[in-house]
Design a protein around this ligand. Sequence first.
Ligand code: GLA
Length: 355
Amino acid sequence: MNTQSRGFEAVFGRALEGQAAAPGRVNLLGEHTDYQGGFVLPTAIPQHTTVTVARNGTGRHRVYAADLDRQAGFAVLGADMAELPEFARYVAGALTLGGAREGLDVHVHSDVPMGAGLSSSAALEVAVLRALRGLGVYGGDDVALALAAQRVEHEFVGVLCGVMDQMASSLADAQHMLLLDTRSLDRRVLPLPAGAEVLVVDSGVPRTLAGSGYNTRRAEVEEAARLLGVPELRDVQDVAAVEELPPPLRARARHVVTENARVLQAVEADAAAFGALMNASHRSLRDDYEVSHPQVDALVAALQALPDVFGARMTGAGFGGALVALVRTGTAASAGKAAIQAVGGQGQVVVPAQT
Ligand code: GLA
């Protein structure tokens, strides 16, 4: 019996029926493009969320979050989201959209850092849906599952996110990059640039997506697309027209259009060129999209100054949270340590995972 099953039985007093896991993700390039039909390039991180389940024979679901040591219960039919703690909303949404019609006991354990922009919420949604699939309750394939997980954010949590995080958690692995066209959902699994590995540092600056400017940015770029007369900024052909937009829409649209171009360039890039694209992405997110944070900027600059670092940038929605770097193979842990030291000890290496 593993730790997870002991946890489950201790909490619910019954044997588990199924277990599933899903990873967090880090986005290497293509930030704030996925709600404008653009391109993204995430990879899975080794940290993941594990969900253990069993039917409980009642009309209520019970959820226990081991890392928070908190429990919540709600009716199978018609849970009131406003009354649920946030962690339970993700689970309630996934159980509802995953078609759970009988009460389930759900045990959640995760080592994906929460609120760091590494998709702990997508990992939770995908893991719950996978657990339902394991029970024969949910029948969708990996793409349908990712889309259902995205609907959880929209309909149950109130975050109008794109599809990148859920697609990455459902389809990516930690050894490859997932090149995803977020409009068609066409995708390619690519190797990392030769001679390079991924470093992820959590700046420790807390952020919550729902409370952040995420939905504001989304509204701004939708307005920019409307003014430019295109369905989405993905469709912008006339780059000069972007410069005619009023502020701040001009800068917001410039970020999205140039970021899409960077992802497409990165597909053919070697490590050095890929790194340069990451550096350019950071500048664009900091100056044009204005979603970075001074502490994140300081860590990014410290990383960019190191000889073994090809490039570094903030990652995820921004407003604090994690940053990602592409570094020479074998140097990630030491580069992360050196950068954290350079900014006075603020921050923590997430990838490579600490053992
Ligand atoms: C969050 C969202 C994603 C994406 C990123 C920014 O992670 O969930 O859909 O928009 O921000 O690239």
